[in-house]
Design a protein around this ligand. Sequence first.
Ligand code: AHM
Ligand code: MG
Length: 337
Amino acid sequence: AAEEPPNVDLITLTRHVISDQFRLGAAATGDLTLLLTAIQVTSKFIATNVRKARLINLVGLAGETNVQGEEQKKLDVLANDIMVNALRASGKTAVLVSEELEDAIIIEERNRGSYCVVFDPLDGSSNIDAGVNIGTIFGIYKVRPGSKGTVEDVLRPGNEMVAAGYTMYGSSANLVLSTGQGVNGYTLDAALGEFILTHPNIVIPPRGKIYSFNEGNSLYFHPPVTAYLKSIKYPTPPKTPYSARYIGSMVADVHRTLLYGGIFGYPGDKKSKNGKLRLLYEAFPMAFLTEQAGGIATTGTKRILDIVPKNIHERCPVFLGSRDDVQDLMKFYKEIP
Ligand code: AHM
Ligand code: MG
């Protein structure tokens, strides 16, 4: 059989973002495009290192403990350094917040731009050594008018973010991005070294058939969560039970939820009042993407994107996914004290 002719009109991430910004007209200066270019480069660099990790002894512990008291893996440290260096050098940032760093980085005047980036450089660290999917999560704010960049510029609700996204390092590297006009997915073409638009306009199915919770924590779950899980596992016929899928990498679990639908949850429970996930650089970006894809992201009782953060590393309960599924869960929070 004859070989298919190559696609000669590839839409790269940069091309797509530029045309997006172009449509926005006068308001766009091109700075966000340049910042997103810098983020893309970090994702390519991290992807390369994730791929090589087992061969060049990057797995295992780096011998340091991060802010949350967890041991850092070597790849986490590397990914953090890659991002801090590239974002600073881009000249487009004013404030950086990383899961791996206790304090926000305030960019010195020489390199200062007008965006703030909050990120988890390598999320899902418990999966690194097993070669299971991990990812980078990021959210972007514009500094407040008149501000030169302080921590206050990122202690703002997620609904003020101008863009958010993640890169999943799996069988391929997938970058999923929203600049506030829907969600698009790009796949890294390793030969070209470019992210190519492969998933235009991602929309979450209004209802799914999958739930994604760490049910090993059931003992600590509050009654609304327990009752909700029971309702999807033991439904009244003719309804049939949901399937369980839980990778333990938020990026991978959310990625599947965006594409297939269903519900992802990391609740607050009797042991951890606010759950495990970090508001600024895990919950906000994923909530932003979920809403942009037509889904819902809630703590169970309130919209995640409306929370005003008090500190950069605070945690927050998370339920997100298909509209109908998340609404079902919220009903249990309304009905059960
Ligand atoms: P990390 O930042 O230490 O990698 O932890 C965050 C990860 C998320 O990716 C994932 O959703 C969650 O932790 C899984 O937690 P658990 O192992 O308690 O199920
Ligand atoms: Mg994390």
